[in-house]
Design a protein around this ligand. Structure first.
Ligand SMILES: [Zn+2]
Length: 460
């Protein structure tokens, strides 16, 4: 996709928003708010899946003209292009929570390692360190910071992943007070391990994610029950459970649920192999932020107990340890990445365990079209993995209610709690989801709503 470079002049007085990603699509979050001569970028994420070629195009603005980068959370579709932004001239401050910075370090280094193995390189491991050096302006939930005497930013917990925030930017324009809220990614009202979402009570312009603007999630308790029941059935039949899992938050949620099963004696003699160096490192990092957990997890921590550890857990960090999993005979559980089976150690486990009808491949996250994960979910018989033709005989199942995103009902509730709205701008969603949420906001909430287009410039 080609678009025109926008020249950001320093003498504009009014405020403008311009979209440079996650407009009419889910990935590549990148939003510019220019208030007078101050340019604030909110997120600088990577385009993923079918949109990934867009990563190689011009940002659409000059990175050296950006004064502040605010990062809402550490998912790659919100941080993945930061090394590129820095490489191309951005040298000012990055503002985030401490937890987001800690997790971003792991995610960006891991991502650079993967990018280096591709034929066309976006950036390398050497480009990550200069980007990390610009972090360090930390703001926590319910705290505010002034960017200059007239521009105030405030964070609130977005309830999406550990450290995630929504951000409010307040400023005075021609003696009028204005406020803009960027939702970041908004979590479900009930989470398994992290503290629940906080709501805003007022804002004039809101830019809200719309990933599930059209759909409703399965109730979390039903999903947790289904997860445990299917694991117990497979273990009882002597089978192996393979769980493709995302390293950030989902893996820790899975460990927490398995710990509950272990505490009840349900995993006796069933080792749980945690086979992802990135997920192991993310789990250690999570434990440095105990105040960000849910009350359930805080209660466990209060007793000096690690909520992500139990006697059946075996962490396999090195490739040699990973290979040794194969020599374990009998029932076992294997958690490995990547979550959509697009690389990582999961591929080897799938080749080994998909052909036995006693085994279970349990998907715990959404599978995007054309990924190996989605092909396995839809496959009834043969599938090709690592150049092997595999006859799918294992049970393949999907737990739908673990999503880290709010559904349609929760998005509408989040918007409905905000007073003084002039307009709701819909971003970060596929077109059917965006259009559906726009319709709901207009008809149910009686608010103005607009689906933002890529490159669109909006006067605030
Ligand atoms: Zn996210």
């Amino acid at each position: 996709m080609m678009y025109n470079r926008v020249i950001i002049t320093k003498d504009m007085y009014m405020a403008f928003y311009t979209s440079y990603g996650a407009a009419g699509e889910v990935t590549g979050s990148c939003h510019l708010l220019s208030i007078g001569n101050i340019n604030i970028l909110i997120d600088c994420g990577m385009f993923q899946g079918e949109e990934s070629e867009l990563n190689f195009e011009d940002f659409g603005f000059s990175p050296e003209d950006i004064d502040y980068l605010i990062v809402t959370h550490a998912h790659l579709d919100h941080i993945g292009r930061i090394p590129l932004l820095v490489k191309q001239g951005f040298s000012k401050k990055i503002i985030s929570t401490r937890a987001t910075f800690s997790i971003a370090q792991l995610m960006l280094k891991n991502s650079a390692g993967i990018l280096e193995s591709k034929p066309k390189q976006l950036y390398t491991t050497q480009d990550v360190e200069p980007a990390l050096e610009l972090f360090g302006n930390f703001l926590e939930c319910d705290e505010s910071m002034y960017l200059d005497e007239d521009i105030k930013i405030t964070f609130k917990n977005a309830g999406h992943i550990l450290g995630s925030v929504s951000v409010k930017i307040e400023f005075t324009d021609e003696e009028m007070s204005k406020s803009v809220v960027f939702s970041g990614d908004i979590g479900q009202s009930e989470r398994i391990i992290t503290a629940p979402i906080e709501f805003w009570d007022s804002a004039n312009y809101i830019f809200v994610e719309s990933t599930y603007g059209l759909s409703l999630h399965e109730d979390l308790d039903t999903s947790v029950e289904g997860f445990k029941k299917q694991i117990l059935e497979t273990i009882k039949n002597g089978g192996t459970v393979v769980i493709p899992s995302f390293a950030l938050e989902r893996s820790q949620e899975i460990l927490f649920l398995l710990k509950q099963m272990s505490d009840k004696g349900e995993l006796e003699n069933t080792p749980v192999f945690f086979d992802s160096p990135l997920a192991i490192n993310v789990t250690k990092t999570f434990l440095n932020y105990p105040h960000l957990f849910s009350d359930d997890v805080k209660d466990i921590l209060k007793h000096g107990i690690n909520p992500f550890d139990f006697k059946e857990l075996v962490q396999t960090y090195t490739p040699e340890e990973s290979i040794r999993i194969n020599s374990h005979k009998g029932s076992k559980i294997i958690i490995a990445g990547s979550g959509m089976c697009e690389g990582g150690r999961i591929s080897y486990h799938l080749v080994r365990y998909l052909e036995n009808e006693n085994n279970l491949v349990l998907f715990v996250g959404y599978q995007v079209n054309n990924t190996l994960g989605q092909k396995i979910l839809n496959s009834k018989e043969k599938i090709s993995i690592l150049n092997s033709d595999i006859n799918v005989k294992a049970k393949v199942s999907f737990i739908p209610g673990f999503s880290a995103h709010a559904d349609k009902k929760e998005l509408v509730q989040w918007i409905d709690k905000i007073n003084d709205i002039y307009c709701v701008y819909l971003i970060h969603g596929d077109m059917p989801q965006l259009e559906a949420l726009k319709h709901t906001v207009k008809t149910s909430l009686d608010e103005k709503a607009h689906v933002v287009k890529f490159g669109e410039r909006i006067h605030i």
